[in-house]
Design a protein around this ligand. Structure first.
Ligand code: SF4
Length: 393
């Protein structure tokens, strides 16, 4: 029996999934050239499958795969209208919309399992299947386009008619034939607002992203953030929504029905200083429950240290000095040195000079020396610090 598309959407809605479409499981050969160019130009990340052919072949993930259901989970959660205010509370960071609620991997996977149960019942299983949420080598956005969920914008996001680009994606691979959706028409206006909004020029050309300059990627990337890009990170702790926030296609984006009951686990603009003190347990019970959790405490704290350097507030100096002096992690000491140099002033210089007496890591020492030669920027507004969570929709 061929499962009709309308029935599939009805079952998806029963499982709490507002966006679902179906595509065939044939190889995505038309994307090969694009992937090869991406690789030859060094625009892949350590988080993705490096071999282009493996990104195009569902059969490798589920032998006998015949259909792919693509699911979308909107995440434009309702948030408190009242922004926490009061400078006395201390400098604040910025968390992208995707990482403010319960980890979408968990939510989407749970809903996908529910949907699979319903499909099994409808088709009188057994059905062989595989659920993949984000950690799939397959090109999820392209599959979503072919499955009719939306179109791909010049900012390289999938833009859905109802929820804009604030949608997380997942797939279910099945060994059954399902009625297919029609691909979505592109409605990207080519207005260029996304490229203009990106302060690092990560959107090199329309539809071409250089992840090495993408602020969202930089907040997740392992290791040392390139010094020339740290000031652009502003207060970002995880992700970046700039190219999405300016997109006119997102102005009409709706809040998901299923999001009405959700609440943020990670505020949009958390206080930075408490993040430096987080215990493992506190991390696991808060940020660890969001999509930002997978990068771990150290990467989040590295970003908080950079954000403090960018906040222009000398109140951050004691905390940064403490990290530079005592933190066992060279990665944090190194970025703390940069942040002290960026904040500048007598106290920051004194801490940097003192650290030369006891610092043993040569990479950190080099950063301390570089920080001492930086032009002080006390009280200066950083390049891209969150002016606001522009619309707390
Ligand atoms: S900002 Fe303009 S060019 Fe960029 S994705 Fe949106 S509509 Fe397309």
């Amino acid at each position: 029996m061929l499962l009709k598309l309308d029935k599939l959407k009805e079952l998806a809605a029963c499982a709490g999934l507002e966006l679902a479409g179906v595509t065939e499981a044939g190889p995505l050969d038309h994307m090969l050239e694009r992937l090869q160019r991406r690789r030859s130009e060094g625009r892949t990340t350590p988080f993705e499958e490096q071999e282009p052919l493996r990104r195009l072949a569902p059969e490798e993930l589920l032998p006998g795969c015949r259909s792919i259901i693509v699911l979308g989970l909107p995440y434009l959660f309702p948030e408190p209208r009242q922004r926490p205010s009061g400078k006395s509370a201390g400098p604040r960071g910025l968390v992208s919309r995707l990482a403010r609620g319960l980890d979408y991997h968990v939510v989407l996977e749970h809903k996908a399992r529910e949907l699979l149960k319903l499909i099994n019942r409808e088709l009188a299983g057994p059905i062989r299947s595989r659920i993949l949420v984000d950690r799939s080598p397959l090109l999820e956005k392209e599959l979503a386009r072919i499955a009719g969920l939306g179109h791909i914008g010049a900012n390289c996001t999938l833009i859905t008619p109802r929820y804009g680009s604030f949608v997380a994606l997942g797939t279910i691979l099945l060994d059954r034939e399902l009625e297919r959706s029609a691909p979505a028409e592109s409605s990207c206006r080519g207005c260029g607002a996304c490229r203009e909004a990106c302060p690092t020029g990560a959107l090199m050309e329309p539809f071409i992203l250089n992840p090495a300059r993408c602020l969202s990627y930089l907040t997740q990337a392992p290791g040392i953030v390139p010094a020339e890009l740290r000031s652009y990170m502003g207060g970002r702790l995880y992700g970046c929504d700039l190219c999405q926030e300016v997109c006119p296609e997102n102005r009409k984006a709706l809040q998901p029905e299923s999001g009405k009951a959700s609440f943020p686990f990670f505020p949009a603009e958390p206080l930075l200083l408490p993040l430096l003190q987080l215990t493992r347990k506190e991390f696991d019970q808060t940020i660890g429950l969001t999509a930002a959790g997978w990068r771990g405490k150290t990467i989040l704290q590295r970003n908080a240290v950079i954000a403090l350097g960018n906040c222009g507030d000398p109140a951050a100096i004691p905390a940064l000095a403490k990290i530079l002096k005592n933190d066992p992690r060279p990665l944090l000491r190194l970025h703390a040195a940069w942040s002290l140099g960026r904040l500048g002033g007598t106290a920051a210089r004194r801490h940097l000079e003192n650290s030369r007496l006891h610092e043993t890591d040569s990479t950190v020492l080099a950063e301390v020396n570089a920080a001492l030669s930086m032009q002080p920027t006390p009280g200066r507004a950083p390049a891209v610090f969150p002016a606001a969570n522009r619309d707390d929709r």
